[in-house]
Design a protein around this ligand. Structure first.
Ligand code: ZN
Length: 219
């Protein structure tokens, strides 16, 4: 990427960061830069992070959060942690849940990704500490306007059990079983049915690829 090739040198500024020196590469052999933040924090930052627009040690979003919670009179920052966790699941390949989220094509809309304030002003505060964010009504959809809600664990498991059932020529199976039957990756099928009519997607796929003969339920 052109932005990664941009020459970075001491004295350059990225938001609140000022580049101080070239740091040692990390264990992924990514080039790192020692940066000092306007707040005084010193951090080792990758070229990629700078190119992606990392602008501070985190003090900026902490300030936004603090002012938001002060404004709203909220004492806890659970919502902020939840927002961070969503982003981790969607973008951090090292996260345990990444395969089921980012790896399966799930993302968070840019506006929320880049702004906790924007996210929290859409969804509002959690109704209770027993609520977390659920993708609803489309369990396979993205974290985006119209597809998230605060839900209790009970509501969430109901949503999860409420998997997508797809009918084809009189046979009804859940998306996961259809994926096995077509012989394709489940996360890919989910990606395809996310924004189209599942029955139509399935019919097209079966016409194109056929069905696996030796398929058995609960394989
Ligand atoms: Zn800072």
């Amino acid at each position: 990427m052109a932005s990664n090739r941009r020459l970075i040198s001491a004295g350059d500024r990225f938001g609140r960061y000022t580049v101080v020196s070239n740091g040692a590469p990390d264990r992924h052999r990514k080039r790192r830069w020692i940066c000092v933040c306007d707040c005084g924090a010193i951090r080792s930052v990758t070229t990629g992070d700078l190119a992606k627009g990392t602008m501070s040690c985190g003090c900026f979003s902490r300030e936004v959060t603090r002012s938001l919670f002060t404004t709203h009179g909220m004492s806890k920052t659970r919502e902020y942690k939840i927002w961070k966790a969503i982003k981790t699941r969607c973008f951090n390949e090292n996260d345990r849940s990444y395969a089921r989220y980012g790896g399966a094509g799930v993302t968070i809309c840019d506006q929320w990704k880049n702004s906790f304030e924007s996210f929290i002003s859409y969804i509002g505060a959690a109704p209770s500490s027993g609520h977390s964010i659920d993708r609803y009504p489309n369990l396979f959809g993205n974290y985006e306007p119209g597809n998230i809600r605060w839900a209790t664990d009970k509501e969430q498991s109901l949503n999860r059990r409420n998997v997508i059932w797809i009918e084809h020529k009189g046979e009804t199976l859940c998306a996961k079983d259809w994926a096995r039957r077509i012989g394709m990756d489940n996360s890919l099928l989910c990606k395809l049915i996310k924004k189209q009519v599942p029955e139509e997607v399935l019919a097209r796929l079966i016409a194109k690829r056929g069905l696996t003969k030796q398929w058995q339920p609960n394989q």
